[in-house]
Design a protein around this ligand. Structure first.
Ligand SMILES: *[C@@H]1O[C@H](CO)[C@@H](O)[C@H](O)[C@H]1NC(C)=O
Ligand SMILES: *[C@@H]1O[C@H](CO)[C@@H](O)[C@H](O)[C@H]1NC(C)=O
Ligand SMILES: *[C@@H]1O[C@H](CO)[C@@H](O)[C@H](O)[C@H]1NC(C)=O
Ligand SMILES: *[C@@H]1O[C@H](CO)[C@@H](O)[C@H](O)[C@H]1NC(C)=O
Ligand SMILES: *[C@@H]1O[C@H](CO)[C@@H](O)[C@H](O)[C@H]1NC(C)=O
Ligand SMILES: *[C@@H]1O[C@H](CO)[C@@H](O)[C@H](O)[C@H]1NC(C)=O
Ligand SMILES: *[C@@H]1O[C@H](CO)[C@@H](O)[C@H](O)[C@H]1NC(C)=O
Ligand SMILES: *[C@@H]1O[C@H](CO)[C@@H](O)[C@H](O)[C@H]1NC(C)=O
Ligand SMILES: *[C@@H]1O[C@H](CO)[C@@H](O)[C@H](O)[C@H]1NC(C)=O
Ligand SMILES: *[C@@H]1O[C@H](CO)[C@@H](O)[C@H](O)[C@H]1NC(C)=O
Length: 636
């Protein structure tokens, strides 16, 4: 990982030929930031003689064909359906070309950077050079400043930068440049970090069975709602994983309490199969709700629903002190070809390991060290606006690569309706604030290559046989509505074009205009599906409490898909992989319970309203396991 190759010999013979043409190549804008992220302030102009560690993230080969490759194996009418790629095939297909490395290298040396001070990462995805600020500004036509966060940390960044026309197609990203940090946070759940202690509902009596599902969700409620009564068989070939980020942790005695109360003795005393990534571990310094609420919800339901016959994998990512651990650090562990510079895809946004802080993980960054599970559920997210589109796109493409390898990637869609985490909305200049008027989509939920899961609930007084509605909860401590809407970064994927068009044709905005979101019909709509996310009974801190959120919906959907994989494996078929092209097809749509009531308020509006067919609150609706299983068993 840390080894660099020398480029000087390899490039020598090409220097002359490129030189002539590139001198004439005009500079073109490569990236521009519309605003300084909230909580950062411009501190000063950066010192011209300061040294900048400038890194160029190189464009991957064939990346423009990624979508076609993915649909080719995900479309049942294709002869390549289900023919998942090996990790080696993925790595080989997308590695930056020799030509890309050469063009960027030669541009740098022509501009006076001595070849011995250029380094290329082992994966050949990044080129690094130490320059002065003055040299960097001249090179990429930028203006570096120092920004200070309200908590005191500083960051070097520029507002925009340019690359020569012939170089630009070979470069994804330059760092440091327009990018700022954005530490990932657990999705706020309504019994969550955003709530006052007084909002926590302690349950004194738990009810197994389906008699109280409107006030307390149990495993039995979910089984009844989704026609999900299945006993798995071939567990050794199947896999299902849940991802958590340290210091989030679980406490085995709470897990045991849960499985004891719900009479699943086989799971008592049986932790998930833990895979440590970048030093991930179960911290014991603080196991209050803020630290166990998410993992306990995910694991108690994930494990309970797939039963003891399938060992659930827990990817535990990052040390307890590094705030920068990100989805990219996790993806590096799953896909060795994604590992780039010292383990993080973007060294100014992702965590750098080894982390030399006290309590930090001092080992090498995880790179291809974790085997991807067939279904992976994550209940954490950013707002799209926390990240630049280059960063989000690069990561989104990686989810497509996992799809190529046959992995189903699920993300919760967010808990703030059309607003972002913390009820932040977009201002016209792209900054985020509580009084912004534009909707604020979440990421990765808005990436077209993940399956995004929204939330439903049972209306008070109703039973599991009544239609569910979009989730909503309003308390003194905060609100919870199913995240959904239209991306400001990603274009619409083919698989959802018709249903999104139908929705937009019939949808009437209530108290907001199309200025609030991308209403063109050309933007990715999310979520894709929905699952109950209201009042899950969870054991935490020695008691039973209720939790709300799309955080609950994603692992439940994951369990359902993991059992479909089990059924397919049992008859000698492969895993389902990237499911979106399938679930949006006409036949699969009938295997979802359409959710037609409810909305997802936010940003001072009522948000979108549910309708028959797909909608940006509950997607295609909630799953009917038996119907989905039959449809998937009928496929090759
Ligand atoms: C740039 O400087 C840093 C810190 O001194 C060093 O670790 C790194 O190897 C240097 N990179 C190059 C390309 O020389
Ligand atoms: C559970 O018991 C506590 C203490 O007796 C009480 O304050 C609380 O309201 C009860 N919770 C419910 C949901 O009844
Ligand atoms: C949990 O189960 C135990 C044993 O059956 C029982 O004593 C206890 O009351 C249950 N707790 C709740 C909150 O239902
Ligand atoms: C699950 O894990 C347990 C404990 O590690 C192990 O004994 C068992 O064989 C595993 N079962 C399967 C089906 O992999
Ligand atoms: C544990 O974390 C909670 C929530 O962040 C905090 O209120 C509490 O003081 C912490 N407890 C200890 C012992 O540090
Ligand atoms: C997290 O990232 C910021 C910005 O790149 C950096 O200043 C900080 O040192 C990083 N923290 C750690 C623990 O690496
Ligand atoms: C929006 O809220 C911010 C603080 O969050 C405040 O500074 C600003 O004045 C508000 N703008 C309007 C138009 O209310
Ligand atoms: C809407 O999304 C499409 C596709 O990403 C994009 O081309 C278009 O510019 C967006 N429109 C607006 C107003 O942002
Ligand atoms: C729309 O705005 C009007 C006037 O402000 C208000 O009376 C009404 O309740 C709003 N309707 C919704 C659905 O928010
Ligand atoms: C785990 O939970 C048990 C029961 O609530 C508690 O006694 C124990 O202190 C917890 N462990 C940690 C490390 O907090």
């Amino acid at each position: 990982m840390l080894a660099f190759l020398s480029l000087s010999l390899f490039c020598l013979s090409f220097a002359l030929s490129i030189q002539a043409s590139s001198k004439l190549s005009p500079l073109i804008l490569h990236e521009r930031r519309s605003h300084i992220p909230s909580r950062w302030l411009l501190a000063r102009k950066h010192d011209a003689s300061a040294v900048l560690r400038l890194r160029f993230g190189l464009k991957q080969s064939n990346i423009h064909k990624l979508e076609d490759y993915l649909y080719d194996i995900s479309d049942p009418t294709s002869s390549n359906f289900g023919k998942h790629w090996t990790p080696a095939e993925v790595a080989k297909t997308f590695a930056p070309s020799v030509e890309t490395v050469r063009v960027v290298y030669e541009w740098l040396t022509e501009n006076g950077i001595p070849s011995e001070s250029l380094k290329i990462s082992a994966s050949k995805s990044w080129i690094e050079v130490n320059t002065t600020v003055e040299e960097a500004e001249k090179l990429i036509h930028s203006d570096y400043h120092v920004y200070r966060h309200e908590f005191g940390q500083e960051q070097v960044a520029c507002n925009e930068y340019y690359l020569p026309e012939h170089v630009a197609p070979h470069v994804d990203i330059v760092t440091p440049s327009v990018h700022f940090d954005a530490a990932i946070r657990p999705k706020p759940m309504t019994r969550d970090t955003a709530l006052m202690k007084s909002d926590i509902t302690v349950v004194n009596t738990t009810y197994p069975g389906v008699g109280h599902c409107d006030t307390q969700i149990s495993l039995d409620c979910l089984r009844a709602l989704y026609n999900f009564h299945y006993s798995p068989s071939k567990s050794s070939l199947n896999s299902f994983a849940i991802v958590e980020y340290t210091p989030q942790t679980f406490n085995q005695s709470d897990m045991d309490l849960f499985f004891t109360n719900y009479s699943i003795p086989e799971l008592v005393g049986r932790p998930p199969f833990q895979v440590s990534i970048d030093g991930g571990y179960q911290q014991t310094f603080n196991q209050s709700f803020d630290y166990v609420g998410e993992p306990h919800l995910d694991l108690q339901y994930g494990m309970g629903l797939v039963t003891s016959k399938l060992n659930v994998t827990l990817y535990q990512v990052g040390d307890a002190v590094n705030p920068n651990t990100s989805f990219n650090n996790f993806l590096d562990a799953l896909d060795g070809s994604y590992c780039t510079y010292e383990g993080g895809d973007d060294p100014t946004t992702d965590a750098i390991y080894p982390d030399r802080q006290t309590g930090g993980y001092d080992g090498p960054p995880a790179c291809g060290t974790a085997k991807p599970a067939a279904v992976i559920s994550t209940s954490y997210g950013y707002n799209e606006a926390d990240l630049t589109s280059f960063y989000a796109t690069r990561q989104c493409n990686e989810y497509a690569k996992l799809g190529l390898m046959g992995v189903t990637v699920l993300y919760s869609s967010g808990d703030s309706g059309v607003a972002g985490n913390g009820q932040q909305c977009l201002n016209d200049d792209g900054t985020q604030s509580a009084n912004g008027t534009r909707f604020n989509p979440s990421f990765p939920a808005s990436c077209p290559f993940v399956t995004s899961v929204g939330a439903t609930q049972i209306v008070a007084g109703n039973s599991v046989s009544d239609p569910e509605v979009a989730a909503s909860r309003v308390t003194a401590g905060g609100v919870f509505y199913s995240g959904g809407g239209f991306s400001n970064v990603f274009g619409i994927p083919d698989y959802q074009k018709d249903v999104v068009a139908t929705y937009l044709e019939n949808f009437e905005t209530i108290n907001f205009t199309s200025a609030a979101y991308n209403s063109s019909g050309n933007s990715r709509g999310f979520p894709d599906v929905a699952v109950n996310g209201a009042a899950y009974v969870v054991a935490a801190d020695g008691e039973f409490i209720l939790e709300w959120g799309t955080s609950a919906s994603s692992p439940t959907m994951g369990s359902i898909l993991a059992m479909i994989n089990d059924a397919r494996i049992a008859v000698g078929k492969g895993t389902i992989g990237f499911i979106n092209p399938m679930i949006y097809s006409a036949s699969f749509r009938t295997a979802f319970n359409d959710v037609t009531s409810g909305s997802n308020p936010g940003c001072g509006t009522e948000g979108f309203t549910c309708s028959s067919g797909w909608d940006p609150i509950t997607g295609l609706g909630t799953p009917n396991f038996e119907k989905l299983k039959e449809l998937w068993l009928a496929l090759p």
